[in-house]
Design a protein around this ligand. Structure first.
Ligand code: ADP
Ligand code: MG
Length: 342
């Protein structure tokens, strides 16, 4: 927990917004279907070369797939990443676009020849990315991702605790609906751009409601900042981790609820401590200043007050202290080069 606000507000949160890819799913998609209008190998070479500079899990999956097929990737120039949409690059003299079908249509590609494939593959629950060369469609790549093993249990627990889950994803509506149905999420926002994720958080915040957002990607960072409590999955990108109030080190979804329980009990205990300190001093200081208590006893009372607060902080649950030491040790061990790069 990086901010005091997280401790204070997590208990009041009633709505939890969840990203799909990398949060509810493992975030390790793989290529399942390829449909090329012409040559499948060209489609893969262009897509993988363009994606080779991208950090996105979909990009890594495409590159890994092409490498497994033994393809040599041509060099890509002028790489640009359009967050939440896809990538563009200049390869073998051609302008390549790879990403969400919307990215291609926005740039003026006519997808008429691919509409049927895209619709059918999305219906099957795949994340579908399309590829174009010099504004002509080349084909589509469909990717699938596993639901996290603990997602069903974590979501059931979240609902049992009186929280309302909302799925907010940049992926297509059909793939989102399939995941939502498996997890019993009724409110689904699909095809959402990164800025719009933050706008959705704001929408839920109207009227002063407290909202938590759980995410892992670059595209989640604005929403994590906007939320009252931003929760980043430990395996997430550096920017998501930087933008969050709470970081799930263990990278399991159940820990989101554990964090909420911890913040509630810690905040309750903080309030006890403040009450305890005021009572002690409210009685002790008048007694000491009026000379009714001897300085030596006043000193002992002061030490007793501090000890009582310390004991209250860890007393009822000494295990918390050991957990905290354990977490610090884990964070120190987990400081891998990837995390140090930021
Ligand atoms: P999510 O909200 O599920 O984490 P993102 O906002 O990262 O998803 O991505 C939304 C969609 O944008 C993806 O489903 C994909 O279609 C497209 N996209 C984003 N980045 C890339 C990329 N590097 N290559 C291909 N497609 C991408
Ligand atoms: Mg994500």
């Amino acid at each position: 927990m990086r901010t005091g606000e997280a401790f204070q507000t997590f208990g009041q949160v009633r709505t939890v917004l969840l990203d799909k890819t990398g949060t509810l799913t493992e975030g390790r998609p793989d290529v399942r279907v390829i449909e090329a209008l012409d040559d499948e190998e060209d489609l893969l070479r262009f897509a993988a070369a363009a994606e080779s500079s991208s950090e996105h899990p979909l990009a890594r999956a495409v590159v890994a797939f092409a490498e497994n097929r033994g393809l040599t990737l041509p060099a890509a120039d002028d790489f640009t990443s359009v967050t939440g949409l896809g990538v563009t690059a200049h390869i073998e003299g051609r302008d390549i676009l790879v990403g969400r079908p919307q990215l291609l249509t926005d740039r003026g590609v006519d997808l008429a020849l691919l509409v049927e494939s895209i619709g059918r593959l999305e219906q099957d629950g795949y994340t579908v990315i399309a590829v174009a060369a010099d504004l002509a469609p080349v084909g589509v790549i469909a990717l699938g991702d596993q639901l996290r093993t603990d997602a069903v249990v974590a979501l059931a627990q979240l609902k049992a605790d009186g929280l309302t889950p909302v799925l907010v994803t940049g992926d297509n509506a059909r793939a989102a609906a399939i995941i939502a149905a498996q997890l019993g999420i009724d409110d689904v926002r699909a095809g959402v751009l990164p800025e719009d994720k933050a706008a959705i958080v704001r929408e839920f915040q109207t009227g002063g409601a407290r909202v938590a957002m759980v995410g892992d990607g670059i595209n989640d960072a604005p929403a994590l900042m906007q939320a009252d409590v931003g929760v980043a999955m430990g395996g997430g990108t550096d920017i998501a981790v930087e933008s969050a109030d709470v970081i799930i080190v263990r990278d399991d979804l159940g820990a989101v609820l554990a964090a909420r329980d911890l913040s509630r009990s810690a905040y309750r205990r903080t309030r006890h401590n403040v009450a305890l300190a005021f009572t002690f001093n409210g009685i002790g200081i008048p007694l000491a200043t009026t000379g009714l208590v001897q300085p030596v006893w006043a000193m002992i009372a002061m030490a007793a007050s501090v000890t009582a607060i310390f004991a209250n902080s860890i007393g009822a649950r000494p295990s918390l202290l050991f957990d905290a030491i354990g977490s610090v040790a884990r964070v120190t061990n987990d400081a891998t080069p990837a995390h140090q790069s930021s």
